[in-house]
Design a protein around this ligand. Structure first.
Ligand code: ASP
Length: 344
């Protein structure tokens, strides 16, 4: 059978590429050939599959910005040779990695699909097989005019193809481990794979891929809670080298109405620290100015993150501070949706 598409698998590690040691029954990492050996069904796909692998494979808790640069460089290096890319990745930080890659790959016109599994490929009842087979099928899928059906960074898990920078790991136990609370799915797999093109993000096909590898990790999360003290907030905002803050606020973007909080945030803003406001609620958006408590945040220079996930907000700040030096430009880009990461 003549193969119709070509997909590169990038093995980074995680549960998906593990199996049981026959002697000790302990879970151990498997190499890419061993992983693919557990899924002979891949032969039936009309797709030429190649692979590259991290050596050693890593647990995704050890993922760092450098890991994202490695993945992005591999995609850039092989970009013209393949129709799509599937990144096999641990589930713990997959939503961060998919968000980061979405910002790093500008003008992406091919699918980059992150997937993994809750149970190792080498154990009975593993969800790895279905996740990997369908992710590959979607990565190779093209429209009648030869364009990728889903030309963006996505995450495929348990029947659902989601925009990567909209995802959050929500469950450590169930196969349905990821959710995209604020954005509908891009495709759904059942008896057929149903695509929802109206939900996809399309970049102009005649623009070359631009790789951004500048990532600044001088970012912090400030999660508000009833009773948070000024000294805690002040200590965080005076962290040496701090550039950006993700403020996790209450409800639709509110924070306690203590004068000291707004003063601390305003002083941080004057020192060039950029703060973006996202909600502690998983679904819904920040609506700054709806209540007096968030008007004060606006006055302190805080930018609305609308319905962005924390994972997207963190990686967007890393990307913006790694790419631009002008704070005004960073705030401008923060307030617009760059890769479909928020609904403005
Ligand atoms: N700790 C693993 C990882 O994220 C969990 C998983 O893959 O599901 O690498």
């Amino acid at each position: 059978m003549e193969k119709k598409g070509a997909v590169l698998l990038i093995f980074t590690g995680g549960t998906v590429s593990m199996g049981e040691d026959p002697d000790t029954q302990a879970l151990v990492p498997l190499d890419s050939t061993q992983v693919l050996g557990f899924i002979p069904e891949l032969e039936m796909l009309n797709v030429t599959i190649s692979s590259v692998s991290f050596d050693p494979l890593i647990d995704s808790s050890d993922v760092m910005p450098d890991t994202w640069i490695r993945i992005a460089n591999l995609i850039k290096k092989h970009y013209t040779q393949f129709d799509g890319f599937v990144v096999l990745h641990g589930t713990d930080t997959m939503a961060y990695s998919a968000s980061a890659l979405s910002f790093m790959l500008e003008h992406l016109t091919k699918p980059v699909i992150f997937t993994g599994s809750q149970l190792p490929v080498g154990v009975l009842r593993s969800d790895a097989k279905e996740n990997l087979i369908t992710a590959i099928e979607i990565a190779a899928a093209q429209t009648a005019n030869g364009h990728a059906r889903v030309p963006e960074v996505c995450l495929y898990f348990e029947d659902q193809l989601m925009r990567g920078n909209r995802t959050t790991k929500r469950n450590t136990e169930e196969f349905d481990a990821f959710a995209s609370f604020n954005y509908p799915e891009l495709a759904k797999s059942g008896v057929h794979i149903r695509y929802f093109p109206a939900n996809c993000h399309y970049e102009p096909v005649n623009q070359p891929l631009i790789l951004h590898t500048g990532l600044d990790p001088n970012i912090a999360i400030l999660k508000i809670f009833p009773g948070i003290s000024e000294k805690t907030v002040a200590a965080l905002l005076h962290t040496d080298g701090l550039k950006g803050v993700v403020l996790e606020s209450f409800g639709a973007g509110n924070a306690p109405s203590c004068d000291w909080l707004y003063k601390q945030l305003k002083m941080a803003d004057e020192r060039g620290i950029v703060t973006v406001n996202v909600s502690q609620c998983r679904a819904g958006a920040v609506e700054m100015g709806r209540y007096q408590t968030s008007i004060n945040l606006l006055k302190a220079g805080v930018v609305s993150g609308y319905d962005m996930t924390v994972e997207a907000a963190i990686t967007k700040l890393m990307y913006l501070f790694g790419t631009f030096s002008d704070t005004k430009e960073i705030k401008r880009q923060l307030a617009i949706s760059l890769r479909g990461e928020m609904t403005v």
